[in-house]
Design a protein around this ligand. Structure first.
Ligand code: PEP
Length: 256
């Protein structure tokens, strides 16, 4: 972590929790992090779309912000199964994950589509959390840097400096997501530093030094502090461990 960048810990609840279960979980989380100051860490939860309407009012005026797990680029239209930015904003959503590896792997999302989703989010006052990360075979073939650089370039194509500053990048090695295998702090730091270097080349050093880059992949209370202690790791995108208030709170406390 770098003191000039406020850490951001986001929970991706994936396809877990009904609306009623989601309300119970955020109430528990609110109690668990009641003493955490917004000035020291940004906390975000991303429940399924169907829980946003119920969870939004519960999080109003709290130190936990609401995020969504995806967003479409059009304002409205014949896009069955998709959700427009204004539909999210109506429920108090502030962040939208785009390009999660599960969207890429199982639903065919591409860097070009992720770019359109992120741009639409930004145009509507939502902050995108843009996910990138290599597959195991790519890491083993020594292609991690090339793969991540190409994803970052594709997802951020055409961004202005202001858009970049409003964006969070999540580096999530696919082999570490939901597997219990975490990148070592050194492996993660190496890729985060590469991403920041690329941002510097494209947007200038000043912008690059302000953009927050989260690590994601089996982050737990026990490994969070070591990962978040790295100079270019500015937070975590947490899947499984965000479904238990005590574990998610434990990760949040790892950055304090
Ligand atoms: C994720 O879904 O973004 C994620 C990192 O999952 P997990 O923490 O379960 O590996």
């Amino acid at each position: 972590m770098n003191p000039n960048r406020k850490p951001i810990i986001a929970g991706n609840w994936k396809m877990y929790k009904t609306a009623a279960e989601a309300v119970a979980l955020v109430n528990e989380l609110k109690r668990a992090v009641a003493d955490v100051k917004e000035s020291s860490v940004e906390i975000v939860v991303c429940p399924p779309f169907t829980a946003l309407a119920a969870v939004g009012p519960v999080l109003a005026n709290s130190n936990v912000k609401l995020g969504a797990q995806n967003v479409h680029w059009e304002k409205e239209g014949a896009f069955t199964g998709e959700i427009a930015p204004a539909m999210l904003k109506e429920h108090g959503v502030r962040y939208a994950i785009v390009g999660h590896s599960e969207r890429r792997q199982f639903f065919g999302e591409t860097d070009a589509g992720v770019n359109k989703r992120a741009k639409a989010a930004l145009a509507n006052g939502l902050r995108p959390i843009v996910c990138v990360g290599e597959m195991l075979a790519e890491r083993e073939a020594g292609q991690t840097s090339a793969v991540v650089a190409s994803q970052v370039r594709g997802c951020l194509a055409g961004f202005t400096q202001d858009e970049m500053l409003a964006t969070v990048i999540a580096y999530e090695p696919v082999w570490a997501i939901g597997t219990g295998k975490t990148a070592t702090p050194e492996q993660a730091q190496e890729v985060h530093a590469l991403i920041r270097k690329l941002l510097g080349e494209w947007f200038g050093g000043d912008v690059a030094s302000q953009v927050r880059i989260q690590y994601g992949g089996s982050v737990k209370p026990g490994n969070a502090s070591a990962l978040l202690g790295q100079p270019d790791i500015d937070g975590a995108l947490v899947g499984g461990a965000s479904l238990k208030a005590a574990d998610f709170a434990g990760i949040i406390r790892g950055v304090l």
